[in-house]
Design a protein around this ligand. Structure first.
Ligand SMILES: [Zn+2]
Ligand SMILES: [Zn+2]
Length: 169
């Protein structure tokens, strides 16, 4: 995703583009091994030039597949992130904006590849469950308790609690 600054006209530039899942997945093999993007990544961005600064606003949408942290089933999710980025020429001093990401650019080309890969990476969930009521795997035999039943006794009593039972109040 490299944008030629001269293509950003007076009234801005709207970019609708797609990247294949591999564009992201291949860059993060190790870090996000458990979560993969499994759809095209759709960018809908509006770029505006304000004097020498360039503002990039819009959305990035894609699907991911990960594993439920309780039962390990595959879970599909749709992610949509909002982008609000301000790029300044490299030689100018950076200001801290409240809700705006601040990056710099050099020359006549904006290379937004790393920025968006990072944004996507940051948007990935830490912990995924297939649903709130997921029963997980049996801690004894390992079957998926959402779909199967086993005869294992998985009741667990806090040993401190059984001690309390003997105490008469
Ligand atoms: Zn689950
Ligand atoms: Zn079991």
């Amino acid at each position: 995703m490299i944008i030629n600054v001269s293509e950003i006209a007076e009234n801005g530039l709207n970019l609708n583009l797609k990247k294949e899942a591999e564009w992201f997945n291949s860059s993060t093999e190790e870090k996000n091994g458990l979560i993969r993007v499994n759809s095209d990544i759709e960018f809908n961005l509006d770029l505006f030039k304000v004097v020498r600064e360039i503002s990039v606003k819009g959305t990035v949408e894609f699907g991911i597949v990960s594993s439920c942290s309780l039962c390990l089933d595959g879970v599909d999710q749709h992610i949509k992130i909002a982008t609000n980025l301000l790029l300044s020429p490299k030689e100018t001093v950076e200001e801290e904006g409240a809700d705006v990401d601040h990056e710099t650019y050099e020359g006549e080309h904006l290379d937004l590849n790393d920025y968006f890969r990072q944004q996507i990476s940051l948007s990935l969930p830490f912990k995924v469950v297939c649903n709130e009521q997921c029963k997980g795997l049996c801690p004894k035999c390992g079957i998926n308790m959402n779909s199967e039943k086993c005869g294992c006794d998985t009741r667990w009593e806090d040993p401190r609690f059984s001690e309390l039972k003997g105490i008469k109040v």
